[in-house]
Design a protein around this ligand. Sequence first.
Ligand code: PLP
Length: 402
Amino acid sequence: MSDDQTVYDEWGIPTVVNAAGTKTRIGGSLIRPEALDAMREAAGSFVDVADLQARASELIASITGAEAGYVTSGAAAGLELAAAAAIAGHDVGVMDDLPATEGVADEIVMPRTHRTGYDHALRAAGATIVDVGTNDPHLGTGATNVEPWELERAITDDTAAVAYVQKSYISPPLADVAEIAHAEDVPVIVDAAAEVPPLENLSTFVEAGADVVVFSGGKGIRGPQTTGIVAGRQEYVESIAVQHLDMHVPAALWDPPRSLVDPDNFDGVPRQGIGRPMKVGKEEIAGLLRALELFVEEDQAALREQWNRTARSMAEGLREVGLDVEFEPADGTNRAPVVVATVDQATHGLSARELVAALRREDPRVYVGADRAPDGEIVLNPMCLQDGEAEYVVDRIGSNLQ
Ligand SMILES: *Cc1c(COP(=O)(O)O)cnc(C)c1O
């Protein structure tokens, strides 16, 4: 932690030491310095934003193996735009109507177990979610989340897309869902917002049959917070681009980069579309592109090793202050290894929830993972900790225990 006065000091805003991982509410991740440099450089000239998006499409396509790509203001914005593309296709009139969907197929089919708060983004485009299957795979009856016939039956003439949320524990496999959807000529939209690293996941879901995949630019990739990546089929990226870019000009002047948008595919020049309120500036696009280039080159093994070291040192420190601690290695659910500490009211003088709250009142504040606090556990994630901060976290936890 430096002694330099920051804007947060100047404005009296307490900063946070982040042992909770990439969480939007506390700032996501720390942007790569090189991405900030790119943003500063990008800020120095005007540029046709469509040209920048066309270049982004090339880079995203080359990294993900998808036909095309696009930079959005986040993965959630990518979901909304993907839904808008699935509903409107290349129909300028339908684009103009969204989120009203009178007379067009507007249903998005999802396994019920894939519903999350983020599917609000799909509904915001005008989609109606049709969820299928059950939520009882743990009944012990051999029940599954969703059977192939349930998905098949839910896909009708009113279906615009199938949506799928990628998590390691999720079923059925994406490839199976894609096969069913494609047999009915319906695209699959995949939410993989937090699934990188590992790097391979940038291409895994495209290979498994996704038509559009969205990733956060501001989580593991460490681009600007307000960026997301769409990777997918050209026709959907093209529809996304015209519903997002501010393109409304006289037809004679409409001259978008052809690799992104071919005017011959449209009946006229689209007006400001449903994506316009989710605009992305030239600075954010430049920052995301630089961050993505660096993410691809990064020594993933070295990064994992660094997270392992930080997590193990925190585990050791917490044992020394009297907590029962478990080290959970990185797996499909945890992008990084995490340290799980059990807090016992009787022994430590406060509950896990109270400890989480007390840590948030420290200065600087300490945020730890609180998902398991109701079960008496706090979770420490090393991903977003800077030099020296792991020691501070352990020290503050220790000082709050009796
Ligand atoms: C973080 C997250 C999002 C939202 O991503 P943003 O880039 O913040 O818009 C959507 N879905 C899932 C599963 C996420 O983890």
